[in-house]
Ligand binder design. Structure first.
Ligand code: GAR
Length: 212
């Protein structure tokens, strides 16, 4: 069975893009560490099972991660997708799901790991920005890259306009990455991802920018 677990903490727009992408999956479960995550309502509106595991009920990171993993394992997932899940995961958790845990990040990794990527990109005067879907390793916002989308930074861009245009691209590339994984089209070796049976144009998506 192709089961997908999506972990969220907030708005859940990437989760929504996954739910609406008609992915080749049999079952989806959404888990949030935040009982007030608005994404939970969106998931319920899509008829998807939701679970809350509030990290504040646990004394430390390890005990939360253990409870989270216990729940995830009951779903027997082929893939776990982090979609705005704003918790640092412990090494044992990441190792337990090695090669089947992916994340979407709002920058062209390995540049701009961490938070506030859009404002940092603007401060640096970078001309091209974007987003990345990657496998998760113990190093934060690192790990083998599955797909990236690039957008130009326009003269009038603000943190808000940039965030919005990057998010549109996240919603394109995340479903693509999950689809490839579910169809066994991703090959991981030497820290690199090869996408089988696809065209080069699909692997890196460029946004024309000005018209958008
Ligand atoms: C997205 O922009 C995602 O890339 C980012 O959080 C946002 C969640 O939005 N994730 C990270 O920064 C992880 N390092 P969403 O809840 O609407 O999907």
């Amino acid at each position: 069975m192709r089961s997908l677990v999506i972990l969220i903490s907030g708005r859940g727009s990437n989760m929504q893009a996954l739910l609406e992408a008609n992915l080749p999956v049999d079952k989806i479960t959404v888990i949030s560490n935040n009982p007030n995550a608005s994404g939970l309502t969106i998931a319920q509106q899509h008829g998807v099972e939701t679970v809350v595991i509030d990290h504040r009920s646990f004394p430390d990171r390890e005990s939360f991660d253990t409870a989270l993993a216990e729940k995830i394992d009951t779903c027997k997932p082929k893939l776990i997708a982090l979609a705005g899940f704003m918790r640092i995961l412990s090494d044992p958790f990441v190792q337990h799901y090695e090669d089947r845990l992916i994340n979407v990040h709002p920058s062209l990794l390995p540049a701009f790991t961490g938070l506030n990527t859009h404002s940092r990109v603007l401060q640096e005067g970078i001309k091209i920005h974007g987003c990345t879907v990657h496998f998760v390793t113990s190093q934060l916002d690192h790990g083998p890259i599955v797909i990236q989308a690039a957008i130009p930074i326009l003269p009038d861009d603000t943190e808000k306009t940039l965030a919005s245009r990057v998010l549109q691209q996240e919603h394109r590339i995340y479903p693509q990455a999950v689809r490839w994984f579910m169809l066994d089209q991703l090959n991981l070796s030497n820290h690199c991802v090869e996408v089988r049976k696809t065209s080069v144009n699909d692997i890196v998506l460029h946004s024309p920018g000005l018209q958008e």
